[in-house]
Design a protein around this ligand. Structure first.
Ligand SMILES: [Zn+2]
Length: 391
């Protein structure tokens, strides 16, 4: 079997409707979200700290993720949690149940909530063990790759701004926003969550003349310069095609997938002003570029729709994935990466795969429960949407 690529998008799990009860405390305390290695020179365990002014009503609720995308039981990644006053270090009363931590404090009192994150599996991710190796956090001695949604909590009722701080990563650390000297400008917690984080042995490039930053782990068919250049070019093409402004910053991470027998695989997932490519080392340049273009186009499809309900996202994938795939083919054609013959051949392949799909007649609502069941169910909305857009 040749697994060339498969792709998907998962939209932020933070529900916009939970923000209406927010009581912003009046305080000058600087909220910070801090990532640090639990031990010097070893990234197999990270410590995360949330320093935030507590709710004005004296009770602050942090809801940790239980599941995200294909990943479940995310609480198993989390180590001992402590809650103290962020300035005095005195313990604060707190209660944890079902992944929610309720902290009782004086109005606006600064809270420091800290916990550790490490893998709940041995070694590197593997096909057949993880549904998609690399979506669950990977924390090795030399590097760590973490999707914010899998480890960061939501603060019930509000979405405060935080400075993101990287503490003691001598070989480098990056996420969607620039972090000069290890500190970002203030960004909302939901923005911090909707990002890929890369730490350690990546090659971090931050060309002064480009809006694109990259973190690339190891060698690929595309060089780091190729990745930055292609990302910049596609951002320019797409923003012009959608009659929109060029984003002011963008971050790309490349992380290896385990080998697959007799083939290669490329998976992309996009976030706010960033995306991650997970790929086998032997992935061809054209497959990496295809996925890169697809992920960038998610900035516009469905980017402007904002936050959606993750639970019902699969029912909209005919649009969010299928139309993205259609535009990917147009960008490939437009940029000269494929010929007109190649463009037509790609759609003929897509049509043939749809015609022979064993799940061809599954209604899109049924995909809610079955999207991760098989490669055929995952691919179905891409096929339907792309063919619909073409017609
Ligand atoms: Zn996608």
């Amino acid at each position: 079997m040749s697994m060339r690529w498969f792709l998907f998008l998962i939209v932020a799990s933070v529900s916009a409707c939970s923000m209406q009860n927010g009581v912003a405390p009046e305080t000058s305390f600087q909220n910070e979200l801090v990532f640090a290695a639990a031990r010097e020179g070893d990234l197999s365990e990270l410590e995360i700290q949330v320093l935030v002014a507590g709710d004005a009503d004296g009770e602050t609720v942090f809801r940790f993720p239980q599941a995200w995308g294909p990943e479940e039981d995310l609480g198993a990644l989390r180590g001992a949690l402590t809650v103290v006053d962020a300035e005095s270090g005195d313990p604060l009363a707190s209660d944890e149940s079902n992944g929610s931590v309720t902290v009782v404090q004086a109005s606006g009192q600064p809270i420091r909530l800290s916990w550790t994150v490490k893998q709940d599996y041995d070694g590197l991710p593997e096909w057949g063990v993880q549904r998609v190796p690399g979506m669950r956090p990977v924390l090795r001695a030399g590097y760590a790759s973490i999707i914010g949604h899998t480890v960061l909590p939501v603060i019930e009722g509000r979405d405060p701004a935080f400075v993101i701080r990287f503490d003691g990563f001598s070989s480098g650390a990056a996420f969607s926003q620039p972090s000069t000297d290890g500190r970002s400008r203030p960004v909302t917690l939901s923005t911090a969550t909707d990002s890929i984080y890369a730490f350690g042995d990546y090659a971090f490039s931050e060309p002064a003349d480009s809006i694109v930053r990259a973190a690339v782990l190891g060698e690929w068919a595309l060089s780091n310069d190729d990745i930055v250049t292609a990302t910049s070019a596609v951002l320019a093409t797409a923003s012009s095609a959608f009659d929109d402004q060029l984003p002011s910053r963008y971050f790309v991470a490349f992380t290896p997938l385990p080998d697959v027998p007799n083939g290669s695989s490329v998976i992309g997932t996009s976030f706010t002003e960033s995306f991650v490519i997970l790929a086998t080392r032997n992935a061809a340049a054209e497959n990496l570029e295809h996925t890169l273009i697809h992920e960038i186009l998610h900035e516009w499809i469905p980017g402007p729709m904002g936050t959606t309900d993750e639970a019902t996202d699969p029912a909209r994938m005919w649009f969010t994935e299928g139309f993205t795939e259609y535009y990917t083919q147009l960008v490939l054609l437009d940029s000269g990466r494929v010929s007109l013959e190649g463009f037509l051949a790609n759609f003929n392949d897509l049509w043939a795969a749809y015609q022979t799909s064993p799940v061809q007649t599954m209604p899109s609502g049924e995909l809610l429960a079955h999207i991760w069941d098989s490669r055929e169910t995952e691919r179905l909305p891409y096929q339907r949407g792309a063919l619909m857009a073409l017609s």
